[in-house]
Every structure is written in C-alpha cells, then in structure tokens.
Write a protein that binds this ligand. Structure first.
Ligand SMILES: [Zn+2]
Ligand SMILES: [Zn+2]
Length: 330
C-alpha cells in the first residue's frame, strides 16, 4: 500500500510502498476513505511533540470501511465488515489508572495516540483498536466527516469546558473553530470570531457560518465574553483573551502545543476568571459529539489532497492558507 511516512524532524515527508498492515487481536483493518490534517500533525513534523514512533504514518482523523477484524474484534457492534468507522486521536488507554477509572481516560498516563504512537491514516490502509473506533452512519462523504474526528471532537470538548455562557469568543479561525461556531450558534450563543489580523476572507467565512461579530485577534470584541477558546498555537493570545472576559469567565486552550504565555497582572485573572487546557478526548465525547453533529447539522468545508500532496497540505495549514479543513483522500 502507499503511505506518507514521517522519518524525523527536518526530513521531508515521503510517499512509500509498504506492506498492508494486518489486524491484530482486538483490532480492525480499515480501508481509508479520507484522513483529515490537523495542527497536531504539524507539531509532530516540527518536533514540538517528541515521542513519535518513527518511522511514522501521521494522521488521526480517519474515516474508512472495516475490511477485516482480528481475534476478539469480530462481531463488535458497528465494526462489521463494510461498516463505516472513524479512528480518532485517542487510540488506546490502560483502563486501570486513576484517570481511566474516573471517566477521564483522555488523561490516561499511558494513553496511545493515533498517528503518533501508532501509525495513522495518511495511507491507503490503517489498523486500529476496535474499542476506540467510532461508528459513522449517514451518507455525508468520508472527506466531509474526517475533520469531525479531531477538529470537531476536541472543539466539542473545549466548548463544554467553556461552560454554557452566551457570549463566546474564538481565537484562531481554522478547522476546529469553524465547527465549534456552528455548534455554539445552534445553541443560541453569540459567537465572536477572532482571525489573524487582516484575514478578510476568514472573517467573511465566520460571518457566513453565523458569527455575531468578526474581527482580528488584535481587536477587542464589542462585549465582554463569558468564555473564550484559543485554537491558535500562540501563547500571547492567552492574556489577550483573558482581558476580553467578563468576571467568572474562562479561557480554554484547545491546542496540544502553544508558544510560551507572556506574564500578565493578577488583576486580569481576578474576579474568578480561569485559564485551562483541554487534552485529547474520551470515548464518551465521541458518542456525544457524533450524536449531536447530524442534528445541528454540522457542515464542514474541506479542501482535499491526494497522498502525494500531503506535505503541501501541511504547508498550507502552517501558513493559514486553507479555508476550512485539509483532508487527504488516498
Ligand atoms: Zn488533531
Ligand atoms: Zn489509564
């Protein structure tokens, strides 16, 4: 099969021929229909996350069809041969640590992540632990569904962490924000979308999706915010978002990696404001989000690329030159 392989920081992504993987115990073999490109893939490429299992197939927003099941995985509901499934970032947990035992498997000490510890979906085939796959019914295309597997899921978790307040700010308007905006607007919230300064096209897109107000991240939203989600990997935006909050508000940092956060006066945090991160996802998030998304309904905007153009897709994401989400279609 063809796969896009990452061999180390500073080395170009290569499309190689590899043997098709086989489903081991508890695993399913998935024919990849589409795999979304995430900012986390960029962080791995650039060495910001330093435990990749090299050589590595990136990609953790996989949508495809089950081709075969290994021992113990055949007959699991939703994992039958031919069934459409999604493979998300959370690829496995220990099931035994204090986090796993308290509904917080996203924090598991020895969690295994797709496209990081185990090979992901920038390939024609992938194997995954069936217990962490998500059944994906419906007739939307694989490419349209792919961004839901991380941009959507992490965005959903971040939105829940942000609390129920009406006035929500989004800093950084990419794949995740364009999904969260639709969720929040459907709940009757007022969404204030902050793009890169001067990104008129991004602002028009946010407006089209139902934002109450759009502007650059260097502008102050017209009302104090009940919560802000920072999607951009830019630590300097955290004190900016904090200053935009009403008392009791929260800044939620949704990225896995961020540049350092500059210091700020305690007065900006005073008034029961808070700053927190969101890490990974649980299977419960997956169940909730994939039940909710068709009811909204969430519509994704995607740009598709063949495997051969994976490096270009990552470059475009890095440069902010995508409208919506990049998706590889083998
Ligand atoms: Zn991701
Ligand atoms: Zn655990």
């Amino acid at each position: 099969m063809r796969a896009v392989v990452f061999e180390g920081v500073g080395r170009p992504l290569r499309v190689v021929e590899r043997p098709r993987p086989e489903a081991g115990p508890g695993e399913v073999l998935v024919r990849v229909g589409a795999c979304g490109v995430c900012r986390t893939d960029l962080h791995i490429r650039d060495g910001d996350l330093d435990e990749p299992n090299l050589p590595l197939v990136l990609g953790h927003q996989i949508v495809g069809r089950v081709e075969a099941a290994g021992p113990g995985a055949d007959g699991l509901p939703g994992m039958e041969r031919g069934a459409r499934v999604g493979v998300p970032w959370l690829g496995g947990t220990c099931g035994a640590c204090a986090y796993c035992g308290s509904g917080r498997e996203n924090l598991c000490d020895t969690a295994r992540f797709t496209g990081y510890h185990r090979d992901g979906g920038f390939a024609e085939w992938a194997v995954a632990d069936a217990r962490y796959c998500i059944p994906i019914p419906g007739d939307s295309s694989d490419a349209e569904v792919a961004p839901l597997l991380c941009a959507g899921l992490i965005g959903y978790r971040a939105l829940r962490m942000a609390g129920p307040g009406r006035r929500l700010g989004l800093y950084g308007f990419g794949a995740s924000a364009h999904i969260v905006l639709q969720l929040a607007a459907s709940e009757g919230r007022d969404v204030f979308a902050m793009t890169r300064p001067g990104d008129a096209e991004g602002q028009a897109f946010a407006k089209e999706l139902g934002a109450a107000w759009v502007g650059g991240s260097d502008e102050t939203p017209p009302e104090p915010l009940d919560a802000a989600i920072v999607f951009a990997p830019v630590g300097a935006l955290v004190p900016v978002a904090l200053r935009a909050l009403a008392k009791g508000g929260a800044v939620v940092c949704a990225g896995i990696h961020m540049s350092d956060i500059p210091s700020f006066p305690y007065a900006d945090l005073w008034g029961e404001r808070s700053i927190r991160s969101v890490a990974n996802l649980t299977r419960q998030d997956g169940r909730e989000f994939f039940a909710l998304a068709p009811r909204v309904p969430v519509r994704t905007r995607v740009e598709t690329f063949p495997l051969e153009r994976a490096a270009e897709a990552l470059e475009r994401l890095d440069a902010g030159r995508l409208r919506g989400a990049a998706v590889l279609v083998p």
